[in-house]
Design a protein around this ligand. Structure first.
Ligand code: CP
Ligand code: NVA
Length: 310
């Protein structure tokens, strides 16, 4: 069994294998309806327990469909209804019970330490469904979406991120190293990626390109990614932060500064004011395909974790 906590810690060849499997599985499902099970039901009889300490729409639904389509089932726990959530039970004991009753555990939490602690005590795989430092299932799926739309390996494309330095960007930075693609980041000086992630990129002999000017950042981009300026765990002065990003709004004008044909726009959702409706709902945007692809990629992530990837 394998955990899926952070793209940084997963070998590049395993990440590529997950994407390849997802591609095959997606094409084989073309005629199957939502809850029909993939041929061979590879996770038949397996239970994925999901726990959300924060809101979620896409991650919750996509994991539900992913395990169902592999022949297994899922149960979603609300952390505030558990003894753990009330402070009445340790992570170690909770993990022991989860490992006894279930086969896999998906956790969305505000604490990276909690994910690590669960990984320490669980004897079943843990999947990080978003933590303060990482959103690995989202970003691996986004790599899949980019390659599906552009019909090329992501290493041959210029990827750009306009927005906050948050969990999604940290995972995108990790992906840029693992998949060797060029990543340009456009954000205000005060909101540049943290020292730790930049040092990790350097240790891996790679580079990311940071601009405090959105127009420069998007120049030559094949793909523009964004996310909310204010994340779920953001405890900042919201008004001030939104003001700091006022020159980083993705509108048609900014899109035109890529000076490239066929630039696409992607966003993990939920969205805020960082993107105009025209772009978000326009022809260059592939956000709905991006959201649905999470089902396909998470199926292959589950198979990887369960040691069943072909
Ligand atoms: N993109 C994403 O993870 O969405 P949810 O927060 O709705 O799960
Ligand atoms: N950065 C966002 C991602 C939501 C899917 C957050 O953490 O709220």
């Amino acid at each position: 069994m394998k955990h899926f906590i952070n793209l940084k810690d997963i070998p590049a060849k395993d990440l590529r294998k997950i994407i390849t499997d997802a591609k095959k599985r997606k094409s084989l499902r073309k005629k199957l309806s939502t809850l029909e099970v993939d041929k061979g039901a590879p996770l038949k009889g397996k239970l994925l327990i999901q726990m959300f300490e924060k809101s979620s729409l896409r991650t919750r639904l996509s994991f539900y469909l992913a395990i169902k389509q592999l022949g297994g089932g899922t149960l979603t726990l609300r952390s505030n209804e558990l003894h753990l959530g009330q402070g009445g039970e340790s992570i170690a004991d909770t993990a022991k019970i989860l490992s006894t009753y279930g086969d896999g555990f998906m956790l969305r939490t505000d604490s990276d330490k909690k994910v690590e602690n669960f990984a320490k005590y669980l004897t079943i795989p843990v999947i990080n469904g978003l933590s303060p430092s990482s959103h690995p299932t989202q970003v691996l799926s986004d790599v899949f979406t980019v390659e599906e739309i552009k019909k090329k390996p992501i290493s041959k494309l210029n990827i750009c991120w306009i927005g906050d330095s948050n969990n999604v960007l940290d995972s995108l930075i990790a992906a840029s190293v693992k998949f060797s693609f060029k990543l340009s980041i456009g954000c205000p000086k005060k909101f540049e990626p943290g020292k730790e992630v930049r040092a990790w990129v350097k240790r891996n002999n790679k580079k990311i390109y940071i601009y405090n000017d959105a127009k420069k950042a998007v120049s030559g981009a094949d793909v523009i990614f964004s996310d909310k300026v204010i994340s779920l765990n953001d405890k900042v002065n919201k008004k001030k932060k939104i003001q700091a990003f006022k020159h980083f709004k993705i509108d048609e004008k900014l899109m035109s500064f890529t000076k490239k044909q066929g630039t696409i726009f992607l966003h993990c959702l939920p969205r805020g004011d960082e993107v105009s409706d025209n772009v978000f709902l326009g022809k260059k945007s592939h956000v709905w395909q991006q959201a649905l692809n999470r089902v396909h990629v998470q199926k292959s992530i589950l198979l990887y974790c369960f040691g069943k990837l072909r």
